[in-house]
Ligand binder design. Structure first.
Ligand SMILES: C[S@@+](CC[C@H](N)C(=O)[O-])C[C@H]1O[C@@H](n2cnc3c(N)ncnc32)[C@H](O)[C@@H]1O
Length: 342
């Protein structure tokens, strides 16, 4: 069977651009990822003093390493760089070369390899992913990769965590594609590059990702001890700024970034959210109605009082993260799976 291979040729400019770390990313997205990683590591109950052993799958230029070792807001690093035994795996040699150059610390190595092939040897505590690398695979391939990791964990005989990061099926960024779980996705949000990447990608909701994980567990003979899901960037995904797939929604990400940089430049009216009324299962539509209620109420309060506009961007981002239920309604959906060895 032929396999689609991701090509990120030309995307390095985006990953290295300082403009990629916009306020939405630094104020909210990085914190959400940090909390997911920290929570997974806490659940491992590792012996004090032992380095954290991480395999970052689809590591790109090494954001996973940075997310683990840097502070985010008030949050202390998940692991100090010298307490990390980190291997990044990526199919793109340019990404690996750049990641290696950016992370010349003893505990970090980056390797070229396809996650669908044999994974690097090692007994890892955390099989990390971020930036939706699993969405490059078909659902069947995702299942196989997760099953292989589960077998590896069972063989190693120790509790470990798998973090599976994918694109959310029911993001408002691509409402016209909600009917299909796999379609041609253009990453037109790339900064500082003229390249346009187009690839078939797979989009998941909680049900389909949960089914893939359950099928992997059956195939590996594993029993997930814990499983939870997190939606990230529900109204502020990068494609709300490009309008590439849904030009009829306000550019929420741009508006929130502007609200942080210069509150007087934003008309609050533009930020109101009209929830979608059809095209998704009732649970998803109900979620959007609830989110709209909380989000729009915050805008009403800010408009009526005229106070607190400066803090409004953070409050709206917090509203998103508080309301999320891990349904597959954000730009990304992250599953955390804890596997016990016995
Ligand atoms: C959007 S990037 C995310 C990179 C990084 N984790 C981050 O958060 O910025 C997805 C990465 O997955 C890699 N990738 C895609 N398919 C892969 C595969 N089958 N095996 C290994 N890496 C893959 C790509 O080369 C790319 O670097």
């Amino acid at each position: 069977m032929t396999r689609d291979n991701a090509s990120y040729q030309g995307a390095l400019g985006h990953y290295l651009s300082p403009r990629r770390r916009d306020p939405v990313k630094t104020l909210m997205e990085e914190e959400v990822s940090h909390k997911i990683f920290a929570s997974a590591v806490r659940r491992l109950r590792l012996p004090a003093g032992r380095p954290l052993r991480v395999l970052d799958i689809g590591s790109g230029v090494g954001d996973g390493f940075d997310l683990l070792t840097e502070t985010h807001g008030d949050l202390a690093p998940v692991a100090a760089a010298h307490r990390l035994d980190y291997v990044g795996l990526d199919g793109d040699p340019d990404m690996v070369e750049t990641a290696t150059a950016l992370h010349s610390v003893p505990g970090a190595t980056f390797r070229v390899g396809d996650m669908r092939d044999r994974l690097p040897d090692g007994d890892f505590d955390l099989y990390l992913s971020c930036g939706v690398p699993y969405s490059h695979l078909t659902t069947g391939e995702v299942t196989e990769v997760i099953a292989n990791i589960m077998r590896r964990i069972l063989d190693a005989g120790r509790r470990a965590a798998i973090i599976v990061d994918v694109l959310g099926r029911f993001s408002i960024e691509w409402m016209s594609n909600w009917h299909s779980p796999r379609w041609n996705y253009a990453m037109t949000f790339f900064e500082d590059t003229t390249e346009r990447l187009e690839q078939q990608m797979t989009f998941f909701d909680r049900t389909s990702l949960g089914e893939a994980i359950a099928a992997a567990a059956r195939s590996a003979g594993a029993q997930p001890a814990e499983l939870n899901f997190t939606d990230r960037s529900i109204l502020v995904g990068r494609h709300t700024a490009t309008g590439a797939f849904n030009p009829s929604i306000p550019p929420y990400r741009t508006l929130i970034n502007d609200l942080v940089r210069d509150p007087s430049s934003v008309s609050l009216r533009e930020l109101y959210f009209e929830p979608p009324r059809a095209g998704a299962p009732p649970e998803i539509l109900h979620f959007f109605r609830t989110l709209a209620g909380s989000w729009n109420e915050m805008l009403d309060q800010a408009a009526n009082s005229g106070k607190g506009i400066r803090a409004l961007a953070s409050a709206l981002l917090r509203c998103e993260t508080r309301e999320q239920r891990g349904l597959g309604v954000g730009h990304s959906l992250t599953a955390t799976v804890i596997i016990d060895a016995s």
